[in-house]
Design a protein. Sequence first.
Length: 332
Amino acid sequence: MSVGFSQAQQTQLRFKHYTINDGLSQNTVFSLLEDKDGIMWMGTEDGLNKFNGYDFIQFKHDFRDTISLSNNQVNALYEDREERIWVGTSDGLNIFDKKSERFTRLSTVQTTSLTSTDFITSISEDKKGNIWVSTLEGLKLYDPNTKTFKLFSDSTQQRTDRVMEDSHGMLWISINRDLKRFDPVKKKFFPLPDILANNSLLRNSFIRVIKRDSSNKIWIGTETAGLFIYDEKTNTLQHFRNDKSDRNSLASDIVREIFFLDKNTVWIGTRNGLSVLNKTSGKITNYKNDRYDPNSLSRNSIRTILKDRAGNIWLGTFGGGVNLMMTSHNME
């Protein structure tokens, strides 16, 4: 980046905002993706947006058009090794062909039950190229030969939010109010390390995000219990929570995103602001909307964070559109 983060920490971070006034289809942004061509994609509560740095192109569901988006609420975006864009919605999975600009709809539903749902929460690819899809009915593996999905869960009808592959090839899966480990080779679930299994706060909160950093520590963001960091090498567990009496504590116990800016700096998107954590010192600096500062965060509820190939940092918010961190090379 053109401006070092140490400098940015000394002053309020400055953001440029993109909203419906600029052509974005909706101001709640659940997912962000930069494709291999450098194009930005933004999944919102009401449509998919393609952004070339100047103009937005919107893609929406059309009940008369079977090659349109299956549903307008876009929860997850992923580009696979074949440069196909996977679009997970609240009603179905789509594969977008960038050349033809057509969507191919895929159903992950295993039964024809009236209670079945095709709500997609996340999409990920393991090191072998397998596509894993998290849904309200469990974790599912895509079979490219049959173009169908196989359910991998202890039982059906279990909400799965996130999947993360660790350094051993094990998948860490958030299932309902629980965290599980799954071996995709042996097709078996394995128990958590005791330090995690015995933590009641962790085990009784929905897990919204799981990430692995460059030192293979596992970061876990929860809906009600803040942030946990598990170090397998030392078998230790750090815990960060909000303390209303401490302005330098985590901004909120509701953690929706974890983003590693560099080896020592982590951005944590919460429901009540952006927390920037220095891994060495353990110090947290919080950034929130300031109604007197037009370049502060547009909203405090942060759902997703992405760094593009040019070093620009994008934040998707709940109700405030997309925030682009302003640096010397992207300010107008």
